[in-house]
Design a protein. Structure first.
Length: 367
């Protein structure tokens, strides 16, 4: 953070973590054009960095190597807050990308949430949890997820959130093949391939919620891993399936595509196992490059293979993820989107975000 001579905060930075969909069930299309989903989402240590600076007298500027300007979700967040507050924010937003785009890791949504947090900090806005939630949901379905810590079960179009407790720490390898995939295109492929009714979907969603509540070990979590979009992507992009199979062959207890792809992930027993798997994947790709092997074998560059761990919230004094632990939500809270009781969400200052401790705060109910 930067402070001027009279104590005004001139700039601040917020880490914007990626997410992994450990499970993703897809239901029918909704009247608003989205799909019903039930997804177990996990924030991880792969992160962008969002830097917001005051620029008095200037209009909003968003610098991002992959999506500059008004089309960036960070810009849409600023405009949404300007609309709600009926004021201008004279700022520059710099998005330092580390999360690959078009990979199903929700980097753009996380950047938008980080921008909201940075604005609250920079201007001392003390935003209500309800306003944070509503503004985030207006910008994108995944944005509210990034305002509160820890794994969550996402429902509706992704904006209805329920805190969950998982064993921790979780160790993953994320590998991202080329090319990027369009979320709308992938859901369109799913609709071409499978017709799902709400009667089909609802029991599966309830079962997923029950199984998450009963997940106390790594192997319980591994048994949850599935992605309804995966089959449609693999039918059209076989390199994604090849990469998933390679990650699984390196010792992952479970492996799948995350979100709408094209990234795949593997869940590993510990950090050493994940690091060994990443090293073997890269060594094999280096050898294949010398032999000019085809891309369909699921080759990836070193810059697109990551070892990550989870970002889970745990109550102070409780064993994180232990059976019977109080978990990240306050006693007595249950499903539905809840809001923190405090002044709004907070995030680490920079770099890969540290795990956030302390009890999670309540979200507001969606309207």
């Amino acid at each position: 953070m930067m402070v001027d001579d009279i104590g005004f905060l001139e700039a601040t930075e917020v880490a914007a973590p990626a997410k992994v969909n450990l499970a993703l069930l897809v239901g029918p299309s909704r009247p608003d054009g989205f799909h019903e989903i039930a997804s177990l989402m996990l924030p991880v240590t792969l992160a962008d960095l969002v830097i917001v600076r005051r620029t008095p007298g200037e209009d909003l500027r968003v610098d991002c190597v992959v999506c500059p300007g008004e089309q960036n979700l960070a810009a849409r967040m600023v405009r949404e807050l300007e609309r709600r507050f009926e004021r201008r924010f004279e700022i520059a937003v710099e998005v330092c990308k580390q999360i690959p785009v078009g990979a199903g890791l929700a980097g753009g949504s996380s950047d938008a949430a980080a921008t909201l947090i940075a604005l609250e900090r920079l201007y001392g806005l003390d935003l209500s949890p309800q306003l944070c939630y509503e503004a985030a949901a207006a910008v994108g379905s995944d944005v509210p997820f990034f305002l509160w810590p820890g794994p969550q079960l996402a429902m509706g179009r992704g904006q209805l959130l329920k805190d969950v407790v998982l064993p921790a720490p979780l160790h993953l390898v994320i590998a991202v093949p080329e090319p990027a995939l369009s979320t709308s295109a992938v859901y369109g492929w799913r609709d071409e391939d499978v017709q799902v009714t709400l009667a089909d979907f609802a029991p599966r969603a309830r079962m997923l919620s029950s199984r998450i509540a009963a997940a106390h070990t790594l192997h319980d979590v591994a048994a949850l891993v599935e992605n309804d979009l995966e089959a449609s992507v693999l039918a059209r992009r076989p390199e994604v399936g090849a990469l998933r199979d390679r990650v699984r062959a390196e010792g992952a207890v479970a492996a799948a595509m995350t979100g709408s792809g094209a990234a795949v992930f593997g869940l590993f027993a510990d950090d050493e196992a994940a690091s060994r798997a990443r090293a073997r994947l890269l060594a094999a790709d280096a050898a294949a490059s010398e032999d000019d092997a085809p891309d369909a074998a699921g080759r990836v560059s070193p810059a697109r293979v990551f070892c990550v761990t989870d970002l889970q919230a745990a109550p102070e004094g409780a064993g994180r993820g232990a059976p019977g632990a109080a978990g990240p939500r306050p006693a007595g809270s249950s499903g539905g989107p809840r809001a923190p009781a405090g002044s709004g969400p907070r995030r680490g200052r920079s770099g890969p975000p540290a795990r956030r401790g302390g009890p999670a705060r309540r979200r507001p109910h969606a309207r």
